[in-house]
Design a protein around this ligand. Structure first.
Ligand code: SF4
Length: 242
């Protein structure tokens, strides 16, 4: 889960901005993403701001571990050559000129205009009204077009038999999966597990539209970056410090 990228390639053309679950047949699970306590509305846009100046490598490891623990991925026994599930990765970005190295967490960026949704032939890839991008495992046929379309390499395919799944986050062999922004927690008014793991140290979660939210107010004040902003995807995950 540790990738090294060239900083220039990674940030290519980025622009700074101110400012009810059920399991059915073997290996197949149903995932519903209905709101629990909070209605899903386009009056909200959930997002995260990641401050790479505050996050240490240890913090990012904590985020990855929290995601694995919360969502039940990462303990599968893998056959040789199969890609491992990975909902969040630790990325190392090196400036070729100065040698400066930034470490950052990379997960689904929850784009306003998600390429994964555009290419999905079955509408399994979908975006909720509140901006959270998901895979409906009822509909996913495992074609993996979405994995090819995602510029962030944020999706992975489940090759292996699964066991000990979390009731709140069922998975399915033969389907694609990625960060859900911990939708099961967000719908209950809780923050995503990775953000909670480092909440006082580098990740702010909240409603990008809410002028009173910490994430909105912070983004108004500081310089932040969308990874591959040149693609005009308007990501829900923003970074500062890179
Ligand atoms: S928001 Fe939830 S699913 Fe997404 S990377 Fe963080 S812990 Fe994992």
């Amino acid at each position: 889960m540790n990738k090294e990228l060239n900083r220039r390639d990674f940030l290519k053309n980025t622009t700074a901005v101110t400012a009810g679950v059920a399991t059915i047949a073997s290996g197949i699970t149903l995932t519903t993403f209905a709101a629990n306590d909070n209605p899903v509305t386009n009056e909200k846009r959930w997002g995260m701001l990641v401050d790479t100046n505050k996050l240490t490598e240890s913090n990012i490891n904590d985020m990855v571990n929290a995601c694995q623990e919360e969502n039940g991925w990462g303990s599968e026994i893998h056959s040789t050559g199969h890609q491992k599930p990975s909902w969040i990765k630790k990325i190392k970005v090196k400036d070729k000129v100065t040698g400066k190295i930034d470490m950052l967490p990379m997960m689904c960026q929850h784009c306003e205009h998600p390429p994964c949704v555009d290419v999905c032939p079955t509408n399994a890839s979908m975006k909720r009204e509140d901006g959270i991008v998901l895979v409906d495992k009822h509909l996913c046929i495992g074609c993996r077009y979405c994995m090819m379309a995602c510029p962030y390499d944020a999706r992975s395919f489940v090759h292996e038999d699964l066991s000990n799944q979390k009731e709140h986050m069922p998975r399915g062999k033969g389907t694609v999966e990625s960060c859900t922004m911990c939708v099961h927690r967000v719908d209950k008014g809780e923050m995503p597990a990775c953000a909670e793991a480092v909440s006082s140290n580098g990740v702010i979660f909240g409603d990008l539209y809410d002028a009173n939210s910490k994430i909105n107010q912070t983004l108004r004040k500081i310089q932040s970056t969308q990874i591959r902003a040149d693609l005009n995807l308007n990501t829900g995950v923003r970074y500062s410090g890179i």
